[in-house]
Design a binder for this molecule. Sequence first.
Ligand SMILES: [Zn+2]
Length: 291
Amino acid sequence: MATEAKWGSLPPEEAIRFLRDKVNMPSEHWDDLTRDDHDASFVVAGAVKADLLKDIHQAVNRGIDAGTTLNDFSKSFDAAVAQAGWDYKGGRNWRTRIIFETNIRTAYMAGRYQQMTHPDTVKLRPYWEYRHGDSVRPREQHLAWHGTILLWDDPWWQTHFTPNGYGCKCRIVSRSRRDLERMGKIGPDQAPKEAYYEWTDRNGSVHKVPDGIDPGWDYAPGASLTDRAKEIVREKAKSLPSDLAERLKNIATSRPNPTTPEEAENLGGTILSRLPEPVNENDTLGCKKLV
Ligand SMILES: [Zn+2]
């Protein structure tokens, strides 16, 4: 049985770097940036002041490299908000939980992605297994994917690498040939059949999103992180004109970064707005230890 572990007890260097290297990017709307623009940008919907973003970014960083809790983060968030005089949308506990969890979980899996795609790892453990982890109100599709084993470079992972939505605690683990044999398998499974639904972003562009994945989450965090991609985002950050909505309007796809539970509920009927309150605010994210 997997043991519960604090994020902070497993601080993979790649995850820490992923989060730290993000460039603070002011944004007014959750769809100001593309899906994998999030790989290189730190964004809090509605936050445009540099100091505010810097403070929140640093508080999130501490969540992964020092293992600070949601409660710690929320206090830092309050201080940063008071300092900046920011009048944000949405309830405080809801916002802080979404910002903290999303950033840390995504960074964590981006770190795993980098480790698991390293040529040495691929050689020894070329299979990836989808492990369901949404214990409260599981998403049906995520449950259905549990135990699916595919080769690491199967195109299915490009859209289904976790997390696959807000609050998604599913994860991917690598497996060796011997692991497969122990499971009684002679090779990888067939990729699950995909169906798509349509999602319309703020600019009116319609996107096909695989069933079971929240809008804008159909990508592998960290996979876009080439030096070139980082450079593009840095350049973008430098040349921001004053009209934030206008400057990014040509960016079509995005990962929704809703500011209220209602906004979240409208995003394809996800479970976001029904995220449970933490049992104990001092708990960390309850991430299952990765094997
Ligand atoms: Zn999930």
